[in-house]
Design a protein around this ligand. Sequence first.
Ligand SMILES: C[S@@+](CC[C@H](N)C(=O)[O-])C[C@H]1O[C@@H](n2cnc3c(N)ncnc32)[C@H](O)[C@@H]1O
Length: 270
Amino acid sequence: MIATGKVYFIGAGPGDPELITVKGRRLLETADVIVYADSLVSEAMLRWARPGAEIHGSARLTLEEILAILVTSARQGKVVARVHTGDPSVYGAIFEQMAALNREGIPYEVVPGVSSVFAAAAALGAELTVPGLAQTVILTRLEGRTPMPAGEKLRGLAAHGATLVLYLSVGMIGQVAVELAAGGYGQATPVAVIQKASWPDEKVVRGTLGDIADKVGATGIDRHALILVGPVFDPDLARPGGGAGGHRSRLYDPAFAHGRRPGGKGSSRS
Ligand SMILES: C[S@@+](CC[C@H](N)C(=O)[O-])C[C@H]1O[C@@H](n2cnc3c(N)ncnc32)[C@H](O)[C@@H]1O
């Protein structure tokens, strides 16, 4: 009988090595083989690899080469850590790997991670869902070499006026601004671009839809960045007199009861 190991798809988080989950770190420490996305996963993560672990950067490998490592190692009974940046389920290209492992009968498990959108929100001091401003978050990208399905064109998504976060698109920020304006965001809509959120060399550019392309162009940021759009990114919102008082949540409103805090006057739904 062939001993079968297991493949763990692990979300490494956005960059700061401390933002990997406890489970992800424990698996890294025990893995026999580590295949990590060396273009965006910090090498500092490898400090947790056990001595003698076999380590591969995946940036230069094709899908077939990555699969060959995963399948061969698991068939040898090894524990394999396939480490992705952020959360593996967001633009992580894990679907094709899971499909192949299913075909090969190799067991696997996905360990979630902190997506870069959450590190960006933290760096900006923003809540993505401020009552009265936005209660919906759209994670998307501008069409590039990967075509967008019908109904997911950026200008159509922009028409919702929700909090919108674009991955993989900063290199086309001029075009992004045009599409967002065509979809209905006003030129004064707050926009932030954050490169390498949670890394020591993190960069933040704040502006509006009207000026963000020029500001980002001046910094030379063209990769490893998110574009965050919507009224919740107004830098003045949380400042004294900045209007946050008008946007408080029902959850902590004394007038509203809920299961954990009965006795308020209002509805039990937030
Ligand atoms: C292939 S996608 C992977 C996304 C990742 N799975 C996640 O959950 O964040 C790579 C893109 O994610 C974004 N990204 C990843 N890490 C980032 C970070 N620390 N700061 C800003 N953007 C980041 C950039 O848009 C980058 O081009």
